[in-house]
Design a protein around this ligand. Sequence first.
Ligand code: DQA
Length: 154
Amino acid sequence: MNEIPLIWVINGPNLNKLGSREVQIYGNKTLTEINQDLSKIAETHSVKLDFFQSNHEGELVDLIHKASSSKVSGFIFNPGAFSHTSIALRDAISTIKNPMFIEVHLSNIYSREKFRHFSYFSDIALGVICGFGYRGYFYGLKYLIECINGSKKT
Ligand code: DQA
């Protein structure tokens, strides 16, 4: 029997504050609500999700190091502010053979301050989704599932 693919949903610093943090930018949904909706999508597509959020760079590095031994098929990653600063997290992802991940941002980072326009992850991600609020996670998950199932259409 084929194993059910495992996908991680990883969120970086301050994303545990979704729903109350700068709602005009990030919206009203909490991370728990977003993750519940993602679980429903996963159920209908027969994939398993594990959720992680940390405000600590080192914890995220340690987590990513476990991806290969945990047989993770791919991950959705919103690195938060670490997007714009963290060579350490980029290097952690580069320890994975053929990393399959989608970079997600709720806000359109290109319409915001200049320091948000650069991300250390975009060129090594399968794709980048930004500016669609919480929906970005859903779109990212659906695309990742297509990639994992080998049914991606260009
Ligand atoms: C963010 C954008 C980042 O610039 C910011 O630091 C965040 C959230 C987003 O989801 O829009 O914390 O990643």
